[in-house]
Write a protein that binds this ligand. Structure first.
Ligand code: FE2
Length: 159
């Protein structure tokens, strides 16, 4: 994927590496938005309304993160891939395991596990981006801070 342009001060080879790292984050963020909605629709039992309503702002936030990541890729001269088959083809992490109508506890535990992998992957991306493009690193840093807050919300339901 050769970029016809990139941002000033970044060479094309570096921009392509940054785009590749950001594309993995975009797949993960787009998938997270789908998974959070799936949980929002399927949770049942004790604390239903609290968990059901807690999840929608997380969907919105993660969608905004995906938009920011995608537009950073575009600004760097890359082409953000937002298709579902791209997510499935490129997934390097464990797929979300929770299926069907089930308790809030079941879904929250599955979401905490999913957030573990999402947050770890963001932190790995930050380490690489710090060496390549601090502006892109800052974007992912902003994202992971919000995800860590959301994971705290989930942990707090499970104590
Ligand atoms: Fe809804």
């Amino acid at each position: 994927m050769s970029a016809p342009f990139t941002v000033p001060g970044l060479d094309e080879a570096t921009a392509e590496k940054v785009v590749s790292i950001l594309q993995d984050r975009l797949y993960n963020e787009n998938e997270a938005a789908l998974i959070l909605k799936h949980a929002h629709w399927n949770v049942t039992g004790p604390n239903f309304i609290a968990v059901h309503e807690m999840l929608d702002p997380q969907v919105d936030a993660v969608r905004d993160q995906a938009d920011e990541t995608a537009e950073r890729i575009a600004a760097l001269g890359g082409s953000p891939e937002g298709t579902p088959d791209g997510i499935v083809r490129s997934r390097t992490w464990e797929p979300f395991a929770a299926k069907g109508r089930a308790s809030t506890e079941y879904y929250l535990k599955a979401l905490v596990t999913y957030y573990d992998s999402l947050i770890k992957a963001d932190r790995e991306a930050i380490k690489e981006l710090d060496e390549l493009d601090v502006i892109s690193s800052n974007i992912v840093q902003d994202h992971v801070q919000v995800l860590e807050q959301f994971q705290w919300f989930m942990h707090s339901h499970l104590v």
